[in-house]
Design a protein. Structure first.
Length: 74
């Protein structure tokens, strides 16, 4: 396994068209990681905690939540 310094030195010796190949490869790798990060996030709209039925007396309105959050943020 090469060190970062060895990799940087080797890249520095490449002709520009090969730098472009490395750049395209790195961009593709970053795109895959971003796609994975988005795909691995939680979809709360499918959460049982969000979707479960609640008795009317235990429901909290959006206005109550807005006021509670505003109070906490102050």
């Amino acid at each position: 396994m090469s060190t970062l310094a060895e990799i940087e030195e080797a890249i520095g010796q490449l002709p520009p068209e090969q730098w472009a190949e490395i750049r395209r490869w790195m961009d593709a790798q970053m795109q895959q990681r971003r796609t994975f990060a988005v795909a691995s996030s939680v979809d709360w709209s499918r959460s049982a905690a969000v979707r479960r039925e609640r008795p009317v007396e235990s429901r909290v309105t959006a206005e109550v939540m807005r006021k509670a959050l505003a109070t906490v943020r102050e």
